[in-house]
Write a protein that binds this ligand. Structure first.
Ligand SMILES: [Zn+2]
Length: 74
């Protein structure tokens, strides 16, 4: 299977660092830096490309919380 070279590309807050491998029914995974918090996570390529994954779960949670609270910042 041909893989897309995603290294160096951005998907939302993700910056793709390097290819990891194929797991779970030939889904491609990449090591990605979450530019929101600086953590590196393994992310599924198809989720990034489809826009379903744009940041790590911690940042997604933070974003949801800030949306609920509106303009009130901690
Ligand atoms: Zn993050």
């Amino acid at each position: 299977m041909k893989r897309d070279p995603l290294e160096g590309q951005y998907f939302g807050k993700w910056k793709v660092l390097s290819y990891d491998g194929c797991y779970n029914h030939k889904k491609s995974y990449y090591f990605c830096l979450c530019t929101g918090c600086g953590e590196v996570h393994r992310v599924r390529a198809d989720k990034m490309k489809s826009g379903k994954s744009t940041q790590c779960t911690a940042c997604a949670r933070k974003q949801r919380n800030s949306e609920v609270k509106g303009s009130v910042m901690e």
